[in-house]
Write a protein that binds this ligand. Sequence first.
Ligand code: MRU
Length: 347
Amino acid sequence: MNDSATLWWDKEKDSLCYIEQTLLPGEYRIIECRTVDRLATAIRRLEIRGAPALGVAGAYGVALATRTITHNDFAPFMDGVREAAGLLRSTRPTAINLGWGIDRVLATLATARTAGEASDLSLREAETIAREDTACCHAIGDNGAALLPDRCTVLTHCNAGALACSSWGTALGVIRSAVKAGKDVKVIACETRPLLQGARLTAWELERDGIDVTVITDSMAAHFMRAGAIDAVIVGADRITHDAVFNKIGTYMHAVCARHHGIPFYVAAPLSTFDADNGERDVVIEERGRDEVTVMGGRTCVPEGAKVKNPAFDATPVGLVTAIITETGVLRQPIDTRSHLSLPKSH
Ligand code: MRU
């Protein structure tokens, strides 16, 4: 099964490389990113996307900043690094991992006294974050695989796969681990309007791994649940507060439908996605541009005078979630996201 990286540091080029996700599935292109400005653009454009991958990107972004900011004195150099970190942090507001990755690397710079030390320390920490993310995904996969029946069809929304992480994936990590353990898992991937992460990315990675995948439009999900064609729903998360799971717009709709039809609704996410001290009302849902909704296949499909809304995420009340699968174990109802640190090592 494919376990290659989505983004990584190229030591020879001393730069960040990543798979450009807006071009998939038509074109597989690796981008070499040398500046914070280019990385900020890549994150805004969703060339790199998905909460855990954003955490890794933010971390490498600080390493990029330490390499591109030139100043003879250390204090103004660090001011520049913090300013660059602020720019990266502002690119997308909802996924908590972005700021988490940036802050973890900034914290290691507290002991740096020179730009050289800062550049070494930041890269070392970013590499650690990337490695840990892969390890978390495999642990999430193993913990979640045990929840799936030996033969099942799982519905997923958006892309919570290798492309959304350092590798392997969270929701798709569970599916990969289950298949690896010999289970017969079929996947229904919702296309995920407006940017089609499900149709373009989830279907691409699963097909590449030889996992049975069927793409449906988002509005078909309730129909297939009612028809008894779905045994479980598994999604990722961008942020988990004490009362809600924030994930790609449309996730809440699946949770409501799953509850109505008695289908388990699982969320797979690393502890770095938890924001248990905050509640739903504290979270900013990213509102994206009009064109993402109005232009399809290069054609404008909405009259100019019509207003458009484009929230990128929604909030699913924790009460609708059957269980949250993390790298340290499985949180079941009644789910208390504040208890996550004391979870046992296995479910
Ligand atoms: O706008 P995107 O593509 O970054 O949204 C991604 C999602 O909503 C994912 O489901 C989420 O980040 C979890 S990824 C493991």
